[in-house]
Write a protein that binds this ligand. Structure first.
Ligand SMILES: Cc1ncc(C[n+]2csc(CCOP(=O)(O)OP(=O)(O)O)c2C)c(N)n1
Length: 259
């Protein structure tokens, strides 16, 4: 999927390459091992709900949805083209499988909290999963939702923080430090775990385990922005820079993917 998302970005000449490579293991684990979703019935009432709050990483989501059968893999070539269903930020009115439109940072967790409250009110057994960026977590709306979700005892809600320590333009610690992040989540009343966000087995184990705590769950997933490609990884300038054709070839070579 790393090779596919890079190729999609280079062809479209746009995309958020660093954050896409950061979050792709989390998305793959969710869609292939955790979420109860059916690409042939994407609006099924019983489905688990997933919200990618860091909507600028739409290419990682589209790639995962394509590999999971929600759209043809060839359609990825239409990313960001006029009239495409695959916009720069995900739109739920266009693409079945996108739960809610995202892009403005700080909205995903509030929306997911509302969806989780709806699930509780209707006695449903589906679950809600949401991924936020760590730069995004600086938005105040997240902290209001954290309080609300804990107050409502939303044990049907799981938040995954893509903790790659970089945001747009700088390291998160240089903009607004959030440490000790795990302790802060715990203090806000969340069941909190720290996990390697590139370790599929560790992610799957935590994401699949029943939540018996009576509290919303948070995974702080340690990731590297640009993971998998040496000249992109952990470099702030690759937030949304587009690789050249030569760089794409080198990246595919490194990923051992045929171009
Ligand atoms: C409210 C809002 N402000 C600014 C932006 C522009 N923007 C897009 S991505 C980004 C940085 C996000 O950093 P982070 O959440 O850490 O994402 P990642 O590093 O994982 O890509 C910014 C400021 C936005 N999309 N929404």
């Amino acid at each position: 999927m790393r090779g596919t998302l890079l190729t999609t970005i280079v062809n479209a000449k746009m995309g958020h390459v660093g954050g896409d490579l950061s979050v792709i293991d989390i998305l793959g684990t969710l869609y292939f091992s955790v979420l109860r979703v059916d690409p042939t019935d994407p609006h099924a009432e019983s489905r688990d709900r997933f919200v990618l709050s860091k909507g600028h990483c739409s290419v990682a989501l589209y790639t995962t949805l394509a590999y999971a059968g929600f759209l043809p893999i060839e359609e990825l070539a239409s990313f960001a083209a006029p009239l495409s269903r695959l916009n720069g930020h995900p739109c739920n009115r266009k693409l079945p499988g996108v739960e809610t439109s995202t892009g403005p940072l700080g909205h995903g967790l509030p929306v997911a909290t509302g969806i989780a409250i709806g699930g509780k009110l209707s006695g449903a057994d589906w679950r809600v999963f949401v991924v936020v960026g760590d730069g995004e977590l600086q938005e105040g709306s997240n902290w209001e939702s954290m309080m609300s979700a804990a107050h409502q005892r939303l044990d049907n809600l799981t938040l995954i923080v893509d903790r790659n320590h970089l945001q747009q333009g700088d390291r998160t610690s240089a903009v607004t430090s959030m440490e000790p992040l795990a302790e802060r989540f715990a203090a806000f009343g969340w069941e909190t775990h720290e996990v390697d966000g590139h370790d599929h087995a560790a992610l799957e184990s935590l994401l699949s385990s029943p939540n018996t705590s009576g509290r919303p769950r948070c995974l702080i997933a340690a990731t590297v922005k640009g993971q998998g490609v040496s000249f992109i990884r952990d470099r702030v300038e690759w937030h949304h820079k587009v690789p050249s054709r030569e760089q794409l070839a080198a990246a595919l070579d490194e990923l051992e993917v045929a171009s």
